[in-house]
Design a protein around this ligand. Structure first.
Ligand code: IMP
Ligand code: MG
Length: 184
């Protein structure tokens, strides 16, 4: 499709909105089957905000009533390559000691972002730290981390939409797609 406001780009849909919505319901059922006592859900902003909002409501449908807090972490800056250096832009305020924490992120790529967040919460004595990602790009992993819950395995392409950005654009798209500029 051609996107209003982004006339020089074409976006090919990779995961459509309906498919994501159906998968969210399944993920919530998988999550609800684990230890969900004193559950704190922690979306890693910004990229996960749309996924996390939908997954949170799916968790309600699966019978859960988690608390929610937020990390804002950055490893990409405005570029399209990970810098490898994770920065905390906003820390979790909740005392995570003895809580079951579920970290939610948009994409697991090198694994550096989630490994950093997980290690930090483990050091703060969380009872458990599990990870849920919408997309897993296993080809680019540099640290040894598998997500506990994965929406979809994603090919090694730069994707946008459903909260995921390219230089701060395209978060508003209701699906996940691949960007092509007019010269490719
Ligand atoms: P990593 O696992 O530490 O390499 O970082 C994963 C993060 O990189 C994700 O949460 C996104 O913010 C970003 N990222 C990875 N792949 C893409 C992509 O295809 N589009 C947009 N952001 C991406
Ligand atoms: Mg991210």
């Amino acid at each position: 499709m051609r996107t209003k406001g982004h006339p020089a780009t074409r976006i090919d849909v990779l995961f459509e909105a309906e498919k994501i919505a159906a998968r969210n319901l399944e993920l919530a059922v998988e999550i609800a089957a684990g230890d969900t006592e004193n559950l704190l859900v922690v979306p890693v902003l910004k990229g996960s905000f749309v996924f996390a909002a939908d997954l949170l409501r799916a968790l309600h449908h699966a019978g859960l009533a988690p608390e929610v807090d937020f990390f804002s972490l950055s490893s990409y800056g405005a570029g399209t390559k990970s810098s490898g250096d994770v920065k905390i832009l906003r820390d979790v305020e909740t005392d995570v000691a003895d809580l079951n924490v579920l970290l939610i992120d948009d994409i697991l790529e090198s694994g550096r972002t989630l490994a950093f967040a997980k290690d930090l919460l483990v050091a703060r004595k969380a009872k458990s730290v599990k990870t849920c990602v919408l997309l897993d790009k296993p080809d680019k992993r540099v640290v040894d981390l598998q997500a506990d819950y994965v929406g979809f395995e994603c090919p090694d392409l730069f994707v946008v939409g459903y909260g995921i950005d390219m230089a701060h654009s395209f978060r508003e798209l209701p699906f996940v797609g691949v960007v092509h500029t007019d010269d490719d």
